[in-house]
Design a protein around this ligand. Structure first.
Ligand code: DC
Length: 219
């Protein structure tokens, strides 16, 4: 097979797309980029430097300074950083700057798995395989609540559910690159699936795409 192999994964918060992306990257020997972390890292930089701005200039400068290999998932997973990331993600100039960084990451051999909200629609529209991973808001809120409780954080299911719904609305209703499945995305609804079952379903889809590509251009 020629050229970098790119797997694009989109979906709402707590759908399981991040876990799936990491497992697929490991299985196929690809790099992985959680693009949500790029928005979170910019939000964290702006917050540390004195606040979020409606004007995109500082956000674009922060995006240029990001080291994609040094984004700390634990630090950036804080709730207020996620909220801030979702808010600055509506700024078109910032999106353009981050999309360029994300595309450069995806174009390096041997290829990569990218997960986010606009990977199949905007960042990598020519990806070999596009997956749209989702689950009902209740199931996602239950997973997020259990995860937080497991880390010893007092958590209220109803508050988590309301929060997820608010985040979904913001991500799906913004004008620039809203969260939606690409026309050629494969839908994986993980509401009633284990992560193992979702992984097997995804591997079957990716393997079929690799075989089809090999048949179309045998090396
Ligand atoms: O996946 P996450 O919760 O880490 O993402 C945080 C926010 O970043 C999310 O609410 C919207 C934004 N985001 C985006 O607009 N586009 C992406 N490709 C990834 C994340």
């Amino acid at each position: 097979m020629r050229g970098p192999l790119v797997i694009a994964i989109d979906g709402p918060a707590a759908s399981g797309k991040g876990t799936l992306a990491r497992k697929l990257a490991e299985y196929y020997g690809l790099k992985h980029l959680d693009t949500g972390l790029t928005y979170r890292a910019v939000a964290a930089l702006l917050m540390a430097e004195g606040g979020l701005e409606p004007n995109g200039e500082r956000a674009v400068a922060a995006a240029g300074r990001l080291d994609l290999s040094a984004m700390d998932r634990d630090l950036l997973s804080a709730h207020d950083i996620g909220e801030a990331a979702s808010k600055i993600a509506v700024i078109p100039e910032l999106r353009q700057a981050l999309v360029e960084r994300q595309r450069a990451f995806a174009s390096q051999p041997p290829g990569a798995v990218l997960d986010g909200r606009d990977i199949g629609t905007v960042v990598c529209p020519r990806a070999l395989t596009k997956l749209y991973v989702t689950a009902s808001p209740e199931v996602r809120a239950r997973r997020r609540t259990d995860e937080l409780l497991g880390r010893g954080k007092p958590t209220d299911f109803a508050a988590v559910l309301a929060d997820l719904k608010r985040r979904d609305a913001r991500d799906m209703e913004r004008d620039d690159s809203p969260l939606r499945p690409a026309d050629d995305a494969h839908l994986i609804d993980t509401s009633a699936m284990t992560i193992e079952a979702a992984f097997r379903a995804a591997v079957a889809i990716v393997d079929a795409a690799i075989s089809a590509k090999d048949r179309a251009s045998p090396s």
